[in-house]
Design a protein around this ligand. Structure first.
Ligand code: NDP
Ligand code: 8X3
Length: 254
């Protein structure tokens, strides 16, 4: 019998690529969630010939909606084996002293609280299945600070530490937990970060040979498909073109 994977933020980027990757394997049922209903329906129409697909419009910031979507999962989708906590976003790149507090709230509500709501709602089912994986999308921004990364990087550091702490609580249940930490990867991420400014978003990736959403989906699928005694705690992935830079030193003007 196929296992069920529950993916948040399946309407774009890594989430949609993940849905395609799991569907192509032919041995998974998909639960696809996100806020954009039309995109969910398009993906369902595309993937249904390959596997069973259940969609649910879901804003992960809405705690009651998360609980309701999970409670309403029909058989066999209610037997969630693997969770991909992918929904998330960065908003803006301003220094902290000029940031919009609404942007900070939205990042915290989505990247931090949303991940906790979905995880908590699904853990009983995942534990019941006994051999599944909780895969959380953190980021290299969880480790390496950069100007304007302020709250976004901090939310991803939360995701990494939450993943490690989950492992402690889940030991003995057979459930695995992995934090995936991608670097520069082309998706709708920068379009969202820059409020729909396509030119500014394209400049982030221009000439950089960034990772693709398929690269990350392949990594997620690999983690979910490992032998059941193997747990990848954390996996940091960058494009070859990306590396670290020297520490910044501010100097007085001459
Ligand atoms: P995209 O913007 O392409 O996709 C983000 C997805 O998250 C969309 O499907 C969006 O769907 C969903 N989403 C956003 N807010 C909510 C919400 N409140 N409720 C439910 N779904 C939501 O970005 P990526 O695919 O690149 O990013 C996926 C994850 O990977 C994010 O957590 C991001 O922080 C992380 N990441 C991305 C990197 C990159 O360089 N691209 C690098 C490192 C980590 P909808 O709008 O329909 O709700
Ligand atoms: C996304 C990667 O470096 O733009 O998490 O923050 S970065």
């Amino acid at each position: 019998m196929p296992n069920t994977v529950f993916i948040t933020g399946a309407t774009a980027g890594f989430g949609a690529a993940c849905a395609r990757q799991f569907a192509a394997a032919g041995c998974w049922n998909l639960v696809l969630t996100g806020r954009r209903a039309e995109r969910l329906e398009e993906l369902k129409a595309e993937l249904s010939p390959k596997c069973a697909v259940h969609t649910a419009v879901l804003d992960v910031r809405d705690r009651d909606a998360v609980a309701a979507v999970v409670a309403a999962l029909p058989e066999p989708f209610s037997r969630v084996h693997t969770l991909v906590n992918n929904a998330g976003l960065a908003l803006g790149l301003n220094p902290a002293q000029t940031c919009d507090l609404d942007d900070w709230d939205q990042m915290i509500d989505t990247n931090v609280k949303g991940v906790t709501y979905v995880t908590r709602a699904l853990l009983p089912a995942i534990i019941k299945e006994g051999t599944g994986t909780v895969i959380n999308l953190a980021s290299i921004a969880a480790h390496y600070p950069y100007p304007g990364g302020n709250v976004y990087g901090a939310t991803k550091a939360f995701v990494r530490q939450f993943s490690y702490n989950l492992r402690c609580d889940l030991v003995g249940t057979g459930v695995r937990v992995t934090a995936i930490e991608p670097g520069l990867c082309e998706s709708e991420f920068s379009l969202v970060r820059f409020g729909g400014d396509a030119e500014r978003a394209a400049a982030v990736y221009k000439g950089a040979h960034p990772l693709t959403a398929d690269d990350i989906a392949g990594t997620i699928f690999w983690v979910a498909s490992l032998p059941k005694h193997v747990n990848i705690n954390c996996l940091e992935v960058m494009p070859v073109t990306q590396s670290w830079s020297a520490l910044n030193v501010h100097r007085d003007a001459e």
